[in-house]
Every structure is written in structure tokens, then in C-alpha cells.
Design a protein around this ligand. Structure first.
Ligand code: IMP
Ligand code: MG
Length: 189
């Protein structure tokens, strides 16, 4: 596996999150949105973004799973936990950690749109746009992400590394499946 590299430091992430929060605050003044976060990865970004928005926003969570699981997204998702509130007539802002192929999000947006929100926009921390399949309109993006597997700040490999404060590039998912020792060494674990 290639040596892990720091793609975005904790300081870079925190600065960008504050900028996104300021932009959302300006755009949604007078109509505070419901932030919808997709568990689990999106929750870490949400926790910081939420506190960077100076409006009486609400949050809600969804948990979904892709059929066929993980590595090869089919775009068909099953809702494991739905929103607690009805978003009909609400301004909804979906908060995602990363958009890769975009298949998961595209499916989710269709499901949310059917509930009749007043508006529906997307805020993602990372945009791996090189791998996008369905065209997606992304209102807020933190960083463009290279076409490499990344972990940290909510992003996992086999449920690990979500708690890293920075985002690391670690080559491919297959390489990490095979051997995670260079990442463990990098992290001193
Ligand atoms: P999509 O349907 O291909 O856009 O898949 C998006 C989901 O795949 C994200 O919500 C992540 O859970 C996962 N994912 C995509 N790329 C990465 C990555 O580089 N690291 C960790 N998880 C990723
Ligand atoms: Mg994941």
C-alpha cells in the first residue's frame, strides 16, 4: 500500500466548515433549514457544521444501506432508519461526508423529493466528482476530493478511522483491505 498522506488537516477542515456555515447562514436567513444527515459518516461533519450555522436550524438523521453492499454501489438503498419528522413544506439541506459515484445520494434525493419539501439542497464535505455517475446539483461543497480512498473525519474503512480529526488518503480500498499496517504505523497504533 502507498504511504498514507494527509489530504486535509484538522485546521483546513475546521476553517472550511466555518466558511460553509457562514454561507448557509446567509442563504437561509428567515427560513432555517432542517439538516438531514446520513449516518454514520455524515454525523461527524454535521456536528461541526451545525454549530457553524447561526440560525435556529433543526437536525434529523437517516440510516441507509446499499444493496449489494460497500465496494460496488448499486444505487438502490434500503432505509434502515427514517427521519423522525415530516419534511413536507420544509427547507431541507442534506449533509453528506462524501459523494463518490453519487448513486446513493441520487436515490435518497428522489425519496426525499417525493415528500414535498419546500426546497432540497445538498452540502457535502468532499466531492469525488471524477467518479460521478448521475448528474447531481451540489449547492455546497467543502473540497474537491481526488479519486483515491480516504479515511478520517467520519469516513471509515471497515468502521475504523472515523474519529481521526484529519482526512488521510490511503491509496485504494482494496489495498487497505489487503494490508492496513502502513496506516497503523502512520498513526502510531
Ligand atoms: P456513492 O453512492 O458512490 O456516492 O457512495 C457514497 C458512500 O460511499 C459514502 O457515503 C461513503 O460511505 C462511501 N465512500 C465513498 N468513497 C469513500 C472513501 O474514499 N472513503 C470512505 N468511504 C467512502
Ligand atoms: Mg462507509
Amino acid at each position: 500500500m502507498p504511504e498514507p498522506t494527509v489530504l486535509f488537516t484538522e485546521e483546513e477542515i475546521q476553517r472550511r466548515v466555518r466558511e460553509l456555515g457562514a454561507a448557509i447562514t446567509a442563504d437561509y436567513r428567515g427560513r432555517p433549514p432542517v439538516l438531514v444527515s446520513i449516518l454514520k459518516g455524515g454525523a461527524i461533519f454535521l456536528a461541526d457544521l451545525f454549530r457553524a450555522i447561526d440560525l435556529p436550524v433543526r437536525v434529523d438523521f437517516m440510516s441507509i444501506t446499499s444493496y449489494g453492499g460497500g465496494a460496488r454501489p448499486s444505487g438502490v438503498v434500503r432505509i434502515l432508519k427514517d427521519l423522525d419528522q415530516d419534511v413536507g413544506g420544509e427547507d431541507v439541506l442534506v449533509v453528506e461526508d462524501i459523494i463518490d459515484t453519487g448513486l446513493t445520494l441520487s436515490y435518497l434525493l428522489t425519496a426525499l423529493r417525493a415528500r414535498g419539501p419546500a426546497s432540497l439542497e445538498v452540502c457535502t464535505l468532499l466531492d469525488k466528482s471524477a467518479r460521478r455517475i448521475p448528474p447531481l446539483d451540489i449547492r455546497y461543497r467543502g473540497f474537491e476530493c481526488p479519486d483515491r480512498f480516504v479515511v478520517g473525519y467520519g469516513l471509515d474503512h471497515a468502521e475504523r478511522y472515523r474519529n481521526l480529526p484529519m482526512i488521510l488518503s490511503v491509496g485504494s480500498q482494496a489495498e487497505l483491505d489487503e494490508d492496513s499496517s502502513s496506516l497503523a504505523r502512520f498513526l502510531g497504533r
